[in-house]
Design a protein around this ligand. Structure first.
Ligand SMILES: Nc1nc2c(ncn2[C@@H]2O[C@H](COP(=O)(O)OP(=O)(O)OP(=O)(O)O)[C@@H](O)[C@H]2O)c(=O)[nH]1
Ligand SMILES: [Mg+2]
Length: 494
């Protein structure tokens, strides 16, 4: 922009003053508004009456948009058709329009409510929606977007430009004119001085928009008699007139659609992520519940139904066929193989899917064998009774019946296997040879064979006189009682 010489300024001034009314009266699109020259556009029907390309005044609240509008209309900044006020509350609440004529072309100059309220998202959204409505009624397009900023805007301008680009599209920058307000007298009077005050970033940005910027005169420092007011207004008019084509509703709506699609996609993605998180949480809880249920079950279960036991006389039968009173192979108090009476079937279930540990071993003659029992069940490992879960293949030795004698044999493998049903039988010695392996009849609580056996004394005693006919998938009530008490006691010490 080249500074005007005095002669040119005089010409402009005379022209503007002479034509002030027809040019700047803000000939309203609404005939009832002629006295103020401004049409308030809170009614969308009224906005439909835009008959010329629009010139949008946009920017932060209170930045001086209406003041610049008045200057452009040929009035003093603080005394024109657009209301201006020094107020902490927004003054222009609805878009307002007045007519502006430049070089015989008419435009709707549109003053808008403040944008970018960082403290109030809702207000900012409302302002953007109103702006969108206004733009959508500019059927002749938008000749210029005048972006009004305080000279001291600083870094905030980056954010504001991002909002404008996001809302109006990258292309809107080709139609933008920056108007600085709150500029001191010297910098208002001298464009070079003003330019030199810009930092690197601002210079770059202004270069990117072909240096389309003006200074809006401070209404307290300048009057209509000041030449600089006319010079600046002329510059603004010149720039407005120079845009070869208008920013169109179509451009805006393309951006809007793209933005809405992006927002919708982001919403869908967030929704999917929330759903996935919920599903994961449900799966986690289910898994936890499953693990807990399996643990609870494991506490109750013992041997696989088809575990082989040897009856007195040598007959081998599945544990599921054992009856109360049968004598089965076990280890007696003298550590010798003997036959002991089965006095209790602690629990049995023929259907329940149960997880067992399959313990594989190889006998000295090279033949293999295996035992299926639940992980909390006790058996003789190395030199004492221990949980089955503590078996370490190649490391743990179990006691295997071989040629009528128990001999130590290494475990070759331990794996998990799901089988149908389970059974636990108690012998009077508290031990049992199951699948040829020396096991305890007991499980779950710490593997102190003698103590558990001692605790079982009452039920062993009573069944001497009255045979147990207990046969249930739930564990025998006496064992449940012991187990629950054991649990409460250990919980109290944890
Ligand atoms: N210091 C200074 N004050 C200004 C300038 N321009 C406007 N003002 C004052 O700032 C106050 C607000 O100006 P407006 O034009 O009403 O601001 P606005 O952007 O339209 O405000 P809203 O309609 O509330 O968004 C008024 O008192 C103006 O006199 C300027 O360049 N410098
Ligand atoms: Mg205003």
């Amino acid at each position: 922009m080249v500074a005007k010489n005095q002669e040119e300024i005089e010409i402009i001034k005379q022209e503007l003053l002479r034509s002030k009314l027809p040019l700047y009266s803000g000939e309203s699109s609404n005939s009832e508004e002629h006295d103020t020259g401004v049409s308030t556009s809170n009614d969308s029907e009224e906005l439909n009456t835009f008959r010329y390309p629009g010139i949008l005044l946009i920017g932060d609240a209170g930045v001086g948009k209406s003041t610049l509008g008045n200057w452009l209309l040929g009035y003093h900044g603080d005394n024109g058709p657009f209301e201006t006020k020094a107020s902490s509350d927004p003054v222009t609440l609805e878009p307002q329009t007045a007519l502006l004529e430049i070089n015989d072309r008419r435009f709707n100059l549109i003053d808008t409510p403040g944008l970018f309220d960082v403290k109030d998202n809702v207000r900012s959204e409302v302002a953007l929606t109103k702006l969108a409505n206004t733009i959508n009624h500019c059927s002749y397009g938008i000749q210029t977007i005048i972006f009004v900023v305080k000279k001291t805007v600083g870094k905030e301008i980056d954010r504001q430009i991002q909002v404008i680009k996001g809302f109006l599209g990258e292309k809107s920058l080709d139609h933008i004119l920056i108007a600085f307000t709150h500029v001191n007298m010297d910098q208002t009077m001298d464009r070079t001085l003003m330019k030199n005050s810009f930092n690197h970033k601002m210079n770059n940005f202004l270069n990117s928009i072909d240096n389309r910027w003006i200074v809006s005169p401070h209404p307290d420092l300048f009057t209509l008699d000041d030449d600089i007011v006319y010079t600046n207004v002329y510059e603004a008019r010149d720039i407005i007139d120079s845009f070869p084509e208008a920013y169109t509703i179509d451009m805006f709506n393309r951006v809007r659609r793209a933005r809405e699609e992006a927002e919708e996609a982001a919403r869908m993605k967030a929704q999917e992520e929330r759903l996935r998180a919920c599903e994961e949480e449900i799966a986690r809880l289910r898994n936890m519940a499953g693990v807990q249920a399996a643990r609870n079950e494991a506490e109750k279960q013992c041997f696989s139904l088809d575990t082989i036991v040897t009856l007195e006389g040598g007959k081998k039968i599945a544990m599921s066929e054992v009856k109360i009173g049968d004598k089965v192979a076990c280890v007696g108090y003298n550590n010798k193989v003997e036959y002991s009476e089965v006095y209790l079937i602690a629990h049995v279930d023929k259907d329940k899917q149960t997880e067992f540990l399959k313990v594989d071993y190889t006998k000295p003659d090279g033949t293999t064998g295996c035992l299926n029992l639940t992980s909390e069940h006790h058996l003789f490992i190395n030199d004492s009774f221990d949980y089955a879960r503590n078996i370490r293949p190649e490391d743990s030795q179990i006691q295997v019946l071989y040629n009528e004698e128990l001999i130590p044999v290494k475990v070759t493998n331990v794996s998990k296997e799901i089988r149908k049903g389970y059974i636990a039988i108690f012998t009077r010695t508290g031990t049992i040879i199951a699948d040829n392996v020396l096991c305890s009849c007991y499980s779950s609580c710490p593997p102190y064979q003698n103590i558990i056996h001692y605790i079982m004394a009452p039920i062993r005693f009573t069944t001497l006189f009255r045979k147990s006919n207990y046969y249930d998938s739930d564990i025998h009530p006496y064992l449940k009682f012991l187990h629950n008490n054991y649990k409460s006691i250990t919980a109290a010490f944890n």
